[in-house]
Design a protein around this ligand. Structure first.
Ligand code: ATP
Ligand code: MG
Length: 419
């Protein structure tokens, strides 16, 4: 894509009173725009990033044999009365239209349980799992921290249905592993911990995935040998590792990027979702639910992966992998820069091409650093004269000269090395 055609422009300062790093950088670089507290537009660059995160999540869910669906955000009151949550869930956005009560889905247990339950008759129909990636609505008291706590935000929610606790827990453990692959691909693998948590409004059996970051709202105690953590909310006076019983845990501030629950029959009982077992007796289906905030994850990545100049996207998440900057002044070099862009696009690379002629080199470099695309190429009269281009990784301080004839292979290797 040509940068001169991009609908957004970078900004030195943003007008809103955003204090979090993720909101500052994402708004300044033109990834998101704030509409009101906790509500954001995803601009072209931002939507590319969000879509990449959601593709990684989708791939992970499909590997669990879960099937993708899309449930309505607009929901009737009735199922929320069945579970007793209409008056209990304080963040529910309620809408009254005439004499009809509706709400905007903050989560989907009330919809998915009777929906999938309607297709389950016998043990032969189990296990099953469905997921969706969707916009959720929660009337959060204090939407702050940019994408980390929104009133309208993106979430992947997975629901699994089982005959036995053993089967549910086996699936739960698979989800745990697959979640870690997601966080690895998003560049947060080393600092995201499987965390023992209290389970909030559900059962006592739940876990979180917590990413260590200064802006986080949570406090966890990390066992650095087992690489798991305990959330402060359930710690005893002396927190110990649930795996090795060590009491030498390290206190960290963290962001909850995912939360999984063994719901058991918490929702299937009120909706009467039963199956007949091999002896032909009716039993409650057991359920698990597994949340992951894709927009919160995008914010968390920026909170962790940035420097004083801007964002540092991991290669799998970046809106483009290559930022080609042309500093050409002469028309013939501009034509060669365009040819280089075509060569890269035809080679299968996703390239943002800064061919703007009304910008200084300094402005272009500052924009590139702020946007955070992993690899920068600079083509100028000087490099054109030696049939080369200057290459620099986003976090490198020195650039190197690459001969054009070997550029495609060189870039392929760079991208593979970063994945
Ligand atoms: P929190 O404890 O942060 O309020 P939660 O425990 O209520 O979140 P869940 O209902 O388990 O969250 O939702 C699953 C996931 O959705 C969370 O782990 C988080 O990644 C994301 N999420 C929840 N609330 C928000 C929000 N207001 N904005 C952005 N993402 C959110
Ligand atoms: Mg939580």
């Amino acid at each position: 894509m040509k940068q001169s055609l991009l609908v957004t422009k970078t900004r030195k300062v943003i007008s809103s009173q955003e204090t979090s790093i993720n909101a500052q950088l994402l708004e300044r670089a033109g990834y998101i725009a704030k509409l009101m507290a906790g509500v954001y537009t995803y601009l072209p660059l931002g939507l590319r990033v969000l879509s990449r995160i959601e593709s990684i999540v989708r791939e992970a869910m499909n590997s669990l044999e879960a099937q993708e669906i899309l449930m309505p955000a607009l929901q009737p009151k009735d199922p929320w009365e069945v579970t007793g949550r209409w008056d209990k869930v304080d963040i529910l956005y309620k809408i009254k239209v005439g004499d009809r009560d509706l709400c905007l889905g903050p989560t989907h247990e009330e919809i998915v349980t009777p929906l999938i339950g309607g297709y389950i008759h016998s043990y032969k129909d189990l296990p099953r799992a469905v997921y969706q990636i969707q916009t959720k609505f929660r009337n959060e008291a204090r939407p702050k921290s940019g994408l980390l706590r929104g009133r309208e935000f993106r979430m992947k929610d997975l629901y699994s249905f089982h005959t036995s606790e053993a089967d549910l827990h086996e699936y739960y453990e698979k989800v745990r592993e697959v979640y870690m692959t997601i966080f690895k691909r998003c560049g947060l693998g080393d600092i995201t911990y499987y965390t023992y948590a209290s389970g909030g409004m559900f059962t006592k059996y739940s876990h979180e995935f917590q990413t260590v970051a200064p802006l986080g709202e949570d406090t966890i105690f990390v066992c650095e040998s087992c690489l798991i953590a305990v959330n402060q909310e359930i710690r005893a006076d002396q927190p110990v590792c649930p795996n090795c019983s060590s009491s030498e845990l390290v206190e960290r501030t963290s962001i909850e990027v995912g939360n999984i629950f063994a719901l058991l029959s918490r929702f299937t009982e009120p909706f009467n979702v039963e199956y007949s077992n091999q002896e032909n007796t009716q039993q409650s289906v057991l359920m698990g639910c597994y949340g992951l905030g894709t927009s919160r994850l995008m914010g968390a990545i920026v909170e962790v992966l940035h420097d004083e100049k801007g964002i540092v996207w991991p290669v799998e998440i970046a809106p483009f992998s290559i930022h080609l900057i042309s500093l050409s002044r002469k028309p013939e070099t501009q034509i060669r820069a365009q040819e280089l862009y075509d060569l890269l696009v035809n080679g299968g690379f996703e390239v943002l091409f800064d061919e703007r002629i009304d910008c200084s080199a300094g402005e272009k470099f500052a924009d590139a650093d702020l946007m955070g695309i992993p690899f920068r190429l600079v083509f100028s009269e000087k490099t054109a004269a030696v049939d080369s281009v200057e290459f620099k990784g986003r976090t490198q301080s020195e650039s190197s000269l690459i001969i054009l004839s070997s550029l495609v292979e060189f870039l392929r290797n760079q991208i593979v090395a970063q994945k």
